[in-house]
Design a binder for this molecule. Structure first.
Ligand SMILES: [Cu+2]
Length: 439
């Protein structure tokens, strides 16, 4: 419908044809960067999570953190009551430079005592955030000032050291930039926090003692609500992934080969950079991956644990598994539409099923689960994606959109202007859809 959409799709096609050449160029060419100076580290882009601002007091960077209950909309139809910082879960991203003196003032608005641990930082013991050991617990309504000089650089994080508070969401990124950007310099630098939650249907409070997780978030939202990472074709990209929770997450990137350039302890020597496409980010670990975005397309970035890239979807299953789907799929579809009505979006399509599917043991598995919700999650970063792109995007998943320069510039301009392109059926990768009734 939209000529602009058609243009984006055909341009991606054209760029794919040129992929071989781009690949060679991407590996070897030094692209003119958006930055004034390649040696200045880029600020880290943390989609769906705000950066924490600071003031300067006598050369000290001063940050205000408020530990508090947070309502986090993790999916268009699901808001949970978690805990976090400054209205955000995960907490806002802190970014400072190596050798900075920082003061982090924690104000406790929780109903119980807390403290903050600075994971991996080599700082004085009194600043380590261990209740009863290094400090008194910070009582509700009171505050504590942490102050130290950071001499490391890399991807670090802060979290409450109380285990149940961690599982309520009390974690945030703490990026320490080196004085000079690491070589080769990156053109895009992203940070994401992985978390898991157990929230029963019709509940909003996570069960922090549970061992089964039904909501798997990336920077506090489940796919397709996750904001795609927008990168320019041929650029060098770093993605920093932090995991704090109860499960390990094998993070897989489609269409590209990356190297792990950093861990939770900072930069890795180049001799350790073996090629990979899946990196296991264990509990309490950070992994920095880097790659040349030399392959145009809309590439999935996701945890490869099957249950983690679907959510357990207990809200849906609780409803649906009571009944067996008919040979005709009307009933299952009606149930999905009932749910969709409740959520407030249209269940517009599903992938076809075989005649007599119900006679096959094990049916249904993924049938009826794919629910496009493009409009419910519309944002400029999604402009130009094919219709129903969101149908199989679930759980701990996002997209790395490797866009040729023209399209990249378009989307960046759309983000700046807050422009959301209208839904279009220019490209429909679903097999059939049910708008206006059955076919
Ligand atoms: Cu996972």
């Amino acid at each position: 419908m939209s000529s602009r959409r058609t243009f984006i799709q055909s341009a991606i096609g054209a760029a794919t044809v040129l992929g071989g050449a781009s690949r060679l160029l991407g590996m070897n060419r030094k692209r003119a960067s958006d930055r004034p100076n390649d040696s200045t580290p880029l600020p880290v882009n943390t989609p769906d999570v705000q950066a924490l601002s600071f003031t300067i007091d006598n050369g000290v960077k001063v940050f205000q953190l408020t530990a508090e209950p947070v309502k986090r909309k993790i999916a268009p139809w699901k808001t949970i009551d978690c805990w976090g910082f400054n209205g955000s879960c995960p907490g806002p991203a802190i970014q400072v430079n190596q050798s900075d003196r920082v003061r982090l003032i924690l104000e406790n608005h929780l109903p119980e005592s807390t403290a903050i641990h600075w994971h991996g930082l080599e700082i004085p013991y009194a600043m380590d955030g261990m209740p009863y050991l290094s400090q008194k617990p910070i009582a509700p309504g009171s505050r504590f000032a942490y102050e130290f000089t950071v001499h490391q650089n890399g991807t670090f994080f802060y979290h409450s050291h109380s285990p149940m508070q961690q599982m309520m969401g009390m974690v945030g990124l703490f990026i320490l930039h080196p004085q000079q950007a690491h070589a080769p310099a990156v053109d895009h630098d992203f940070g994401v926090v992985l978390q898991e939650w157990a929230v029963l249907p019709n509940n909003t409070v996570p069960n922090t003692a549970n061992m089964e997780w039904n909501w798997l978030t990336l920077n506090g939202v489940v796919s397709p609500m996750t904001t795609p990472l927008i990168v320019r074709l041929g650029s060098r990209v770093r993605i920093r992934v932090v995991n704090i929770g109860m499960d390990h997450h094998p993070i897989h990137l489609h269409g590209h080969t990356f190297v792990v350039t950093g861990t939770e302890a900072g930069r890795q020597p180049e001799t350790m950079w073996g090629p990979m496409n899946t990196v296991l980010v264990g509990v309490a670990q950070a992994r920095d991956i880097e790659f040349v975005a030399n392959n145009p397309g809309e590439w999935m970035l996701h945890c490869h644990m099957p249950h983690h890239n679907m959510n357990a979807m207990s809200d849906l299953l609780g409803d649906r598994m009571m009944m067996t789907a008919d040979n005709e799929d009307d009933r299952a579809l009606r149930q999905m539409q009932t749910l969709a009505d409740d959520i407030g979006f249209e269940h517009v399509h599903h992938a076809p099923i075989a005649a007599g599917a119900n006679q096959v043991p094990g049916f249904p598995q993924d049938a009826f689960m794919d629910m496009g919700m493009d409009e419910a999650v519309a944002k400029p970063q999604n402009n130009g994606l094919p219709r129903n792109w969101s149908a199989m995007m679930m759980g701990m998943m996002s997209l790395v959109r490797v866009l040729p320069p023209d399209l990249y510039d378009d989307v960046v301009r759309d983000i700046r202007n807050g422009y959301i392109s209208p839904a279009s059926s220019a490209t429909d990768h679903s097999n059939h859809h049910h708008e206006g009734g059955r076919e």
